[in-house]
Design a protein around this ligand. Sequence first.
Ligand SMILES: [Fe+2]
Ligand SMILES: [Fe+2]
Length: 320
Amino acid sequence: MSKTPTEAALLIELESVVEENLDRHIGLAQEWHPHDYVPWSQGRDFAFLGGEDWAPEQSKLDETAKAAMFTNLLTEDNLPSYHREIATRFGRDGAWGTWVGRWTAEENRHGIALRDYLVVTRGVDPVELERARMDYMTSGYDSGDKTALEAVAYVSFQELATRVSHRNTGKATGDPIADRLLARIAKDENLHMVFYRNIVSAAFDIAPDETMRAVTDEVMRFEMPGASMAGFRKNSVLIAKAGIYDLRLHHDEVISPVLRAWKVFERTNLGPAGEQAREELAQFMTGLDAQATKFVESRDRMRARMQARSDKEITPLAQA
Ligand SMILES: [Fe+2]
Ligand SMILES: [Fe+2]
């Protein structure tokens, strides 16, 4: 991918910040092993080796937990696409290149651990999972023609979004083993977020207007990479209904804290173009907050209706 001269200069200017944050990351990241988190004693052979194939009643996960685990794993599985996304923008040289390699290796661990857990515990249908992985990886993920600055702004939010989603998925499984595994993965995602967030902070000082524009655009068009995944729409609805990832969390726990860390609304070094972008962002955030409130209100009403219905069904039995 060809870079504009300004973009190439910015990447070079950011190199020392990347190096510093790479060292910080390596100092803070703890080594962990997927095999430690998987309950191998629950595993057994499938029919191909004389055992029994998967059947829905073998899964201890409810429909929501299944949908969230399936979505999270497939999202992790598409790593070659994300690697390409960042490798083409950040390059293979110096600290940028080292980060690309290190980040890719850490992310791969997430997919390994989640797949081992799901296959061993028979949490989801392994055939459906494998077919969905083949389709999703074959179609790949392409974020379009993002600049390096846009890409680094996007991943600051995306890493935090995966952290929230993994953390809440763990809780939704009702299995302390899965919860521990997903909490471990979520810790990695948080460190990734901090890395990217620090790079964008530095970019705000070097090129405030361009960075402000990139941040505004990425917030306004934010989407998790997964639209082409099998069952994505249906699973996203289940995930939002259960409060694993919804607009409220997106606004309160993903976008807002990152914007606060960048002191976006307090910066005094913006020119007219930066001010314009910031104004658009402020308006967008107000709208997003209102949408999130609406969503939560309608979810509350739906939950109340479901509760009332199940109370009705339980009462005659309780009286009998
Ligand atoms: Fe990950
Ligand atoms: Fe990550």
